[in-house]
Design a protein around this ligand. Structure first.
Ligand code: NDP
Length: 334
């Protein structure tokens, strides 16, 4: 697979370039950036042969099969539509777009063009999340009554830019982290929230955007979900708890980019530590994406998953903004 990177980003540099190149499965021919200097420096640092500030130039290269979009959030929509129009397969970062209508347009365009479109919700490809999902689906905790996802961390210094002060670029903890929590809940429970009530706050880092949010979601099964995200909590850690009629799952440190953390199952029979596959999350996303292009698999997270998880995050924002319960409408995601 021959790739073009759209966005000279941290996530590509830290994880995705390595994941694309792992096992020789992918080559990266281009990096596209808004700045000539940054593009040239990034290409040099990462051994990428060609760089440009002109997206059309990279997309006109017939050797490019797929693009990975990891620009700031407001750019995803236009860049994805351009790539799809050029016949490229697309792996797009979350949140797919600034609003659900744009995200849906991207997914529809890819469907119409017959190209693969996937969302980089990497947590779906995590061994720990797969193990939790299997415990729930296998009935180990009975009927799910409630779930708690906590993803309250301290935003690393090197990421303290647009996320904290630029709502027009998609800054704020809700587009950044709530969307991951939403996708995690949807993946683990296999159902989509029907309504949310939420609060958001600025607790030390956000400037014009919320850096903390808490919300409660109602699920079609009757289960209740509590979701907590923040950029300002140095020691809170991350995790997932799922509580059922016959048991509980306690997963610590698993809302992360690395294959780390612990899972404990507690039932009347006692406590058990649950093993899981510790492969790279991002390599698994790329491997599934590559297999999707040949028709051998589905992406870890589809375009529809990207739209639905965005809709949940937008609902959290809307509920917090208006102080009212927000009922979800997934019409756009169809
Ligand atoms: P970065 O801030 O590192 O990069 C985003 C854009 O900012 C780049 O495309 C680049 O623009 C510009 N940029 C980067 N460095 C500089 C700089 N030094 N000076 C000026 N501009 C710069 O963001 P992230 O990598 O953290 O996030 C990018 C996307 O990936 C977001 O959509 C985010 O939500 C998503 N993400 C997903 C993760 C996941 O695990 N799925 C994890 C982290 C982020 P240009 O395009 O012009 O080169």
């Amino acid at each position: 697979m021959n790739w073009a990177l759209i966005g000279a980003s941290t996530i590509a540099s830290q994880y995705m370039i390595g994941a694309i190149r792992a096992d020789g499965a992918g080559r990266i021919g281009w990096v596209v950036s808004g700045s000539d200097d940054r593009a040239a420096g990034y290409a040099k640092d990462h051994g990428i042969a060609k760089w440009t500030t002109d997206l059309a130039e990279a997309l006109s290269d017939t050797a490019v099969d797929a693009v990975y979009i990891s620009s700031t959030n407001e750019k995803h929509h236009g860049q994805a539509l351009a790539a799809i129009a050029a016949g490229k397969h697309v792996l797009c970062e979350k949140p797919l777009a600034m609003n659900a209508a744009d995200a849906a347009e991207m997914v529809r365009a890819a469907r119409d063009a017959g190209v693969v479109f996937a969302t980089n919700h990497h947590l779906r490809a995590s061994g720990s999340h797969g193990a939790i999902r299997a415990l729930i689906a296998g009935g180990k905790i009975g009927r799910v009554l409630s779930m708690r996802v906590f993803h309250a961390v301290e935003l690393p210094m090197h990421l303290r830019g647009w996320r904290l002060d630029n709502p027009d670029a998609g800054g704020g903890v809700i587009p950044d982290l709530t969307v991951h929590n939403a996708d995690t809940v949807r993946f683990l429970l296999g159902e989509d929230p029907i309504s949310v009530v939420a609060e958001m706050a600025t607790t030390g880092l956000g400037q014009g955007v919320a850096d903390s949010a808490m919300s409660v979601w109602a699920m079609p099964s009757g289960a209740m979900v509590f979701s907590h995200e923040s950029f300002t909590h140095p020691f809170a850690g991350s995790g997932i708890e799922v509580h059922g009629t016959n048991g509980s799952i306690f997963a610590q440190g698993v809302m992360t980019q690395e294959p780390v953390g612990t899972i404990r199952l507690v039932t009347a029979a006692g406590q058990a530590d649950i093993p899981y596959d510790s492969g790279s999350l991002y390599q698994a996303v790329i491997s599934n994406f590559n297999a999707s292009v040949t028709g051998a698999a589905q992406p870890s997270a589809s375009g529809t998953d990207g739209i639905k998880s965005l809709l949940v995050a937008l609902a959290v924002h809307e509920s917090a903004r208006t102080g009212t319960r927000h009922v979800l409408d997934y019409g756009d995601a169809a």
